[in-house]
Ligand binder design. Structure first.
Ligand SMILES: NC(=O)c1ccc[n+]([C@@H]2O[C@H](COP(=O)([O-])OP(=O)(O)OC[C@H]3O[C@@H](n4cnc5c(N)ncnc54)[C@H](OP(=O)(O)O)[C@@H]3O)[C@@H](O)[C@H]2O)c1
Length: 453
């Protein structure tokens, strides 16, 4: 059986690897902010990366931002490089959990997972790259299980809101939930917003290599998941969403892959009815469609050639119409940004057979939170780690490679996220929970039409 130990032989509960990265610096701040939520009210932690000077600077900056000058002296620094396996092993031996912020994960992720498995450290990442996430599942599931190590991927904005949101929707539904569609919108303040270059690079290489994902999936030899209830129809590549009252497109991130893996795990492990899932994102009006078509066509063309990829990497702002930048968003932009997922679910009430006729009940839930990449992501990642540290009995018994939903379905992760939203930020607020003030929007419309929602 796996154990999540805060053993005295491991000096740190958490080691933040890649702490000097754009996202890593905010993970450092979030760990410092939530240290009292560790086991027995405290948390031992360190920062790690390949440059001691950069890590010192990150601690200095966090000390200033949080008015905690003690961080400079109290937080240890570990120098480790992905290219030096011994340094990774030494880092992993000291950690109960490695919070890995070094990406793109397709290039840098596997050696860290391997070192964690071999040296008995649990691993939490914020990858949104299905090829990396599924590849780790294929290659390390059995070794991680043998060692009692938990490798939990996609614990950031990709894909905690979607994965936990679908589970939350299923748990609130009185009957059998059979399908969910999610619609994502993001908003920014007067100064706009953008995403840091690190994610842009992960997306470029992910698209360039997308055929490999299909052959990787065949290696699992999975049987198709049984479909309960009416088959969920896929929407088009561009459509007007009555739900959002704006044009929408299929969501290109890791959410569909992660949710599907979670649903498969729950079906195989607990005989739960798998929920079919479709993910969409609102893009607004005609002006945005034109921009998106232009940028999308250019991206899909350039991403095929190494010359094109170099151009995309060199000029992120130009090729993404300012959506991605090398500098990343400012703190002011981050404070004014937010995201919102609305989940539209359908299914069958308790007395209704899922094999007879159409679904007879609908449900709508919502997950909303602050700026996705560098506020919500660090909170989600750190809360995932704290859940693993504090609720060892509620995660699956065996170690392995897990999605957030598979690892945390039976924990209080959603409550923890809600608590944080209520206390400090307008955060991942699953509507219907006690802490969401006037945002209660959880409805079960039995036999009513969606227009009522
Ligand atoms: N799930 C989500 O929603 C979400 C949100 C944000 C970010 N992300 C992902 O997180 C990853 C990081 O993004 P970012 O914007 O923070 O990127 P970034 O600023 O480029 O940070 C990359 C980090 O990796 C480190 N690194 C690179 N090569 C290394 C090596 N050989 N050994 C050790 N460390 C190495 C860098 O160290 P140096 O500082 O020394 O260069 C830096 O700390 C990306 O994959 C991104 O897609 C996901």
């Amino acid at each position: 059986m796996a154990r999540v130990e805060t053993s005295s032989s491991r000096p740190y509960h958490l080691v933040i690897f890649g702490a000097s990265g754009f996202t890593g610096q905010f993970v450092v701040e979030e760990v410092a902010r939530t240290a009292s939520e560790g086991p027995k009210g405290s948390l031992k932690w360190a920062v790690a990366g390949r440059s001691k000077q950069k890590l010192e600077k990150v601690l200095e900056q966090a000390a200033g931002a949080l008015s905690k000058p003690e961080l400079r002296a109290e937080v240890d620094i570990i120098v480790a490089d992905v290219g030096e396996p011994d340094s990774l092993a030494a880092m992993c031996k000291q950690a109960v959990i490695v919070l890995n912020c070094v990406g793109p994960y397709r290039f840098y992720g596997e050696p860290v997972v391997k070192a964690c498995v071999e040296n008995g450290a649990h691993h939490i990442d914020i990858s949104g790259e299905p090829q990396f996430l599924e590849g780790m599942q294929l290659n390390y599931s059995s070794q991680a299980a043998e060692k009692g190590v938990y490798i939990i991927g996609s614990c950031g904005f990709d894909s905690i809101p979607a994965d936990m949101g679908v589970l939350y929707t299923r748990n609130q539904f009185k009957g059998t939930l059979t399908a969910v569609e999610s619609f994502l919108t993001v908003s920014a303040g007067a100064e706009g917003g953008c995403i840091h270059d690190g994610t842009w690079q992960s997306a470029i290489y992910g698209f360039a290599d997308s055929q490999k994902l299909q052959s990787l999936r065949r290696k699992f030899n999975h049987k198709p998941l049984p479909t309960a209830g009416t088959k969920l129809k896929r929407r088009g590549a561009l459509f007007y969403s009555n739900e959002l009252q704006q044009y929408s497109v299929p969501f290109m991130g890791s959410d569909p892959s992660v949710v599907k893996r979670t649903q498969r795990f729950l079906a195989e492990e607990y005989e739960a009815t798998p929920v079919q899932y479709g993910a969409y994102a609102g893009i607004g009006g005609i002006g945005n469609i034109i921009k998106m078509l232009f940028a999308g066509m250019m991206f899909l063309f350039l991403v095929k050639f190494s010359f094109g990829r170099n151009l995309l990497i060199k000029y992120p702002e130009f090729f993404s119409f300012g959506m991605f930048s090398k500098a990343g968003p400012t703190r002011k932009q981050m404070e004014a940004s937010s995201f919102q997922f609305t989940f539209y679910g359908e299914g069958y009430t308790e007395e209704q057979d899922t094999s007879q006729g159409k679904p007879n009940a609908k449900i709508r839930t919502r997950v909303q939170g602050p700026e996705a990449g560098y506020v919500a992501t660090p909170i989600a990642m750190v809360q995932a780690a704290l859940t693993l540290l504090n609720e060892a009995a509620a995660v699956p018994k065996k170690g392995g490679v897990y999605t957030p939903g598979a690892a945390f379905a039976k924990t209080t992760l959603v409550d923890r996220l809600n608590k944080h939203g209520f206390c400090e930020h307008l955060l991942i607020c699953i509507t219907g929970s006690e802490n969401c003030g006037e945002l209660h929007e959880m409805h079960l419309f039995l036999g009513k039409s969606t227009s009522a929602l």
